[in-house]
Design a protein around this ligand. Sequence first.
Ligand code: GLN
Length: 499
Amino acid sequence: MSVISRMAKAISRQKQWVCSAVAALVLPLIMTGCDSKDESQQPTYVVAMEATFPPYEFYKGGEIAGIDVDILKEIGRRKGVNFKLEDMAFDSIITAVQTGKVDLVVSGLTVTQDRQRMVDFTRPYSGARQVLIAPKNAPIYSKEDLAKLRLGVQHGSSGDVFVTENIREPERFTNGALAVSAMNAGKLDAVVLDNAPAENHVAGSPELTIQPTALVEEEYAMAVRKGNTALLNMLNAALIDLEADGTLKAIIDRHMRENKPENAQVADTAFGRLIDDFKTDFIKNDRWKYLAEGFLVTIEIAVAAALVGIALGFLIAVIRSTADLTGRLKVLDWLCRLYLTVVRGTPVVVQLLIIYFVIFGAVDISKVLVAIVAFGLNSGAYVAEIIRSGIMSVDRGQMEAGRSLGLSYGTTMRSVVLPQALKNVLPALGNEFIVLLKETSICGYIALQDLTKGGDIIRSQTYDAFLPLLGVALIYLTMVVLLSHLLKKFELHLKKNER
Ligand code: GLN
């Protein structure tokens, strides 16, 4: 009994601490979740873009910059409105505007008939074409040759649609930069991409070139939700203005001129190259900050989701074991089982997308909060089953002993059964936290800049897959080793208490 009462005391001592930690983590999130729209008197529109598309939208010193961003700034200035940029996966962009998650898409978006059925396009503001990037030493490909090549595209892009319908089934990547990295690593023969980002990629990779013949001509326009004529008219009027006084052309020309990443210097030795890559990947332009900031976001999400998971898991485990042991709480038990079935029966990435696009579809809420809710709900299901197995592993005599001493069911559960159950399942719970921490790496799906996404952004700027991935892996590994170490210490501490 002494172990248990000591644990109960320890838990109640921790309670205050845990409460303040939860408040410190969650309150700012709720507040950032609620701020946004009326920061000033001007109306604010949320814009979706996929920011690895230079020179239209790309990260520069931690901020999104580019042609589209400058056009929006100019429209905002002239029309007295604000635009809030949301970086997200390109294949989610049309869904985002359809579901009202964002107000408009400005992302080097090609006007296509299929898309015209889903959204309303403004007048075009820029021409473009799909081109073929290939190694310098490759022959000039004919259309017949292309059907035999390993072709890479950006998933959901007009290039993807063109290749799929006219050439062959391509290999699809989340953005063009990743496809180019894959070609640099010898995994593809050619990449089909829009001409302007293609030029940027080729300038960054000395052994690549753009083949002379374009595959198809296109036009870029902005897109709004079907029927949002007020916004559409405002944008069209602004675009006409920008075109008429030459501002549009000036913005595009300036960015096209600057559309060259820093010249890649190639060192002679492999070691020299590694050092150069290290400098380009992490030191230049303070790129290490993408990892540092991503690391903090990952920690924030993992810790807060673990707390949500524990609270939820505890509650469910107690409800389910009470129903098992006493036959009460039948309806709650049924609801809990339904929740467990749904959560454990669907992939967490699907849950994250549903929570982001459907449940919080129309609300302007912080993505970090969305991720905490999604991972917390998911983890809760696993924690619940772990704790329930712990409760079931405690000898039934413990409950009977507690009751016969005159303690109520609740008190016996809380002070006798649960502490012992927890101690038994500590290794399994630790394991669940480790899984949770690593699972948060899918946050990039909703374009949240966690650690993994931080590495992706670096890769999209430097075209080096090796070091950014290695760096990201090392940081996760360090976190997991530390966490395992702490859990081991805690377990030992509890064991000592037993003697
Ligand atoms: N222009 C292409 C499309 O609309 C790619 C755009 C992008 O990747 N941002 O599909």
